[in-house]
Design a protein around this ligand. Sequence first.
Ligand SMILES: NC(=O)c1ccc[n+]([C@@H]2O[C@H](COP(=O)([O-])OP(=O)(O)OC[C@H]3O[C@@H](n4cnc5c(N)ncnc54)[C@H](OP(=O)(O)O)[C@@H]3O)[C@@H](O)[C@H]2O)c1
Length: 340
Amino acid sequence: MSMKDFPTMLGHLRRRLFGASPMASEVNLRGKKIIVTGASPGSIGFETALTLANWGACVIITTRSNSNATADHLRRYLHQQGKSADIDAHSLDLAAADSVLQFVRWYQKKHGSQLDVLVNNAGIHLDLAGSWKQPQLTADGFEIHWRTNYLGTLHLTHLLLPLLKSTGTMTGDARIVNVASHLHTKGTNGGLFAPIQPFHSWTAYGQSKLGLVHAAFEIQRRFAECNLQGFALHPGSIHTNISDKGLATRPLLRMLRQWFSPLEALVLLTPEQGAQTQIHCATAPDLKGGIYYERCAPADCSEQLDDLAAARRLWQETETWVQSLHPEQGASARKEVTHV
Ligand SMILES: NC(=O)c1ccc[n+]([C@@H]2O[C@H](COP(=O)([O-])OP(=O)(O)OC[C@H]3O[C@@H](n4cnc5c(N)ncnc54)[C@H](OP(=O)(O)O)[C@@H]3O)[C@@H](O)[C@H]2O)c1
């Protein structure tokens, strides 16, 4: 973070302390199937899943580990309030192509071809201090934020597209909700296709979120005809686990963060408040997609989103990359996961 970000932080503080936080309006979700990625306890995904299940949806959550324990946690919470809960769970690591493929196969086997909403919530920001001098690369050679937040999410999205399109055609309403960030404004269209020079992890995070906003708008342009809409949003600045990730090798920073955590909780939104805009985008009746949302309402996004050629190129290059995955399983595996 730099001095330039100070006014934004003050804005968050003012809103948190003095502004009302908008809440999504309850919708009857009986009969809907909704996937929420990244629903670990303490996250906005967890709160999103809790509300959607409370409103009657069959919610399928993912975490990287302990997904069944997390589902139990959610069920127990709702049962204590006298509510029934239709919650299923499976592990998913977006940065591992095989894990994405396994999740999609499991989903189709267990839940069939219906998928009403995909909430692409899972994400990382590993270097909040902005101290990395070089990008951290994944085993397959990508910058880690790009690989996880953008490529992994789009891999999952592409494999689930046939289900979402056919559900949209049948029911008249299917949605993909990409949880982005106002930090998408740190990204540029040039940076979507070339390495970041000089490297800064906040720019890398911003690039991944710009990619997600482009993808949501492109989904709207490509698939609105089959009633599949794409939404992108900023959830707010929220007290979750996101700042702890990446501190495993920074004991001093980790300790400082633990000390300041109560202060952070005072300034930032709660996970429940932070979940509201994605719940709104996933459920509000007759909501218009292809728009960027914040505080449960349309909001301004980066001018980079006006470049439709960049959006098209990004979509096509991503599609080619997705098709190049799992070469050992070849076309038959892709056919299996995309066949509805
Ligand atoms: N908190 C904020 O202020 C804020 C602001 C703007 C945008 N966002 C966005 O909101 C979303 C949710 O973040 P959060 O604040 O709730 O953070 P969080 O508490 O860290 O939760 C993130 C979730 O994503 C999962 N995840 C991380 N890496 C993954 C991977 N490789 N594959 C699959 N899942 C993975 C995490 O699982 P594990 O528990 O296994 O790590 C966790 O369930 C993210 O996309 C984030 O960028 C947050």
